[in-house]
Design a protein around this ligand. Structure first.
Ligand code: AQP
Length: 332
């Protein structure tokens, strides 16, 4: 059976980008067709300046939202990355296979390190090495597929390179995984700046729709979305990034295609209104279920406890195998 691994960082409140690009597919498709693991990758939230209490709160919230989105813990393994030691154990071995040059070429490292320096801060070493930890997250579980948004495909490519290199040097150890981004909404853009990604750790603003935003807030944000010059409604992300983003969001909500939708609209107002309605309706059941789950924190704890136990059982044999293959003496 196909094995899937994917994760979400507790660096902010989950956004519509996270939902359309990743979580919705995990819940509606992936968990039914594959042996799936979905992780709150909390170690990745420590690569930039962070508040410990906030990371804990956001980790719980992200896990609750995965369940609220319909991920069934009886079907899929839902767990917190730091509860399974195998991720950090394997990450070190992969650091011994990766190169400094490879890490410095990662786009996210380049972008975030510039930002950190501009803020007058220093760049944590973990920001440079985080793609190796991500590779360990995936390889520890022998995952075949990694359903992620487009922003993560470079990291999955690196994961493939590391797996192949390790296998060639030390013998067949890892499954070589592939990224499976969605066809529509692989990169949902910020509504106020449609040339940059809607990211949960970005400055909270009118351009980001959060999964737990009230319906009237969602409507306001979408009705105020930046559009482009000219009144024509066409799907062309290069020359019309604002309108194309709205078409992409609407198409994703309706499981349709943005090109086909563009012919149906003559005004920005009508497109925005339909997009806002579609997003509000799509998120309504998630928000309702989130409320119910928050009222029962014991349930979440039990799900995460069982998830970590299951994940540990899956990861340990592969990671132990990698330790042996690379030349480390097994413990007696
Ligand atoms: N805008 C997006 N459109 C489509 N998919 C997206 N994903 C994230 N943003 C979009 C996908 O969601 C999954 C979880 O990703 P993440 O936890 O790395 O999310 P983030 O919102 O990108 O978080 P940050 O902290 O704001 O990250 P950076 O700073 O790295 O952008 C992934 O599958 C991701 O592709």
């Amino acid at each position: 059976m196909t094995r899937i691994f994917s994760g979400i960082k507790p660096t902010g409140h989950l956004t519509l980008g996270n939902y359309l690009g990743a979580v919705r597919r995990w819940a509606e498709v992936d968990q039914f067709r594959a042996d799936s693991l979905f992780s709150i990758v909390d170690l990745h939230a420590l690569t930039v300046d962070h508040d410990p209490g906030r990371v804990r709160r956001l980790s719980r919230q992200a896990a609750t939202l995965l369940l609220a989105s319909g991920i069934d813990p009886e079907r899929a393994t839902v767990f917190v990355q730091s509860h399974v030691d195998e991720h950090a154990r394997l990450s070190y071995l992969l650091e011994c296979v990766a190169t400094d040059g490879e890490m410095r070429r990662m786009i996210q490292y380049k972008e975030k390190s510039v930002l950190e320096r501009a803020r007058g801060g220093s760049v944590r070493l973990s920001l440079l090495t985080y793609p190796v930890l991500m590779a360990a997250d995936i390889l520890a579980y022998d995952a075949d597929e990694v359903p992620v948004g487009e922003d993560q495909t470079q990291h999955v490519e690196l994961t493939r390179d590391l797996a192949v290199r390790f296998n060639q040097r030390y013998g067949q150890t890892f499954v070589v995984p592939r990224a499976t981004p969605p066809k529509v909404a692989a990169r949902v853009m910020d509504l106020q700046d449609p040339t940059s990604k809607m990211g949960k750790s970005h400055e909270a603003g009118a351009g980001i729709v959060y999964l737990l935003d009230e319906p009237d807030v969602i409507r306001k944000k979408i009705m105020r979305a930046v559009t482009d010059s000219g009144s024509e409604i066409v799907f062309d992300p290069e020359s019309k990034p604002g309108v194309s983003n709205l078409l992409e969001i609407l198409a994703s909500c309706q499981v349709g295609n943005p090109e086909a939708l563009s012919g149906a609209y003559e005004s920005y107002g009508a497109l925005k209104k339909d997009t806002a309605d579609a997003v509000v309706e799509l998120l309504r059941p998630v928000q309702q279920r989130h409320k119910e789950l928050v009222a029962d924190p014991g349930y979440l704890e039990e799900v995460l406890r069982r998830g970590a136990e299951r994940a540990r059982g899956m990861a340990k044999p592969t990671v132990d195998g990698a330790y042996r293959a690379i030349g480390l003496l097994p413990p007696v």
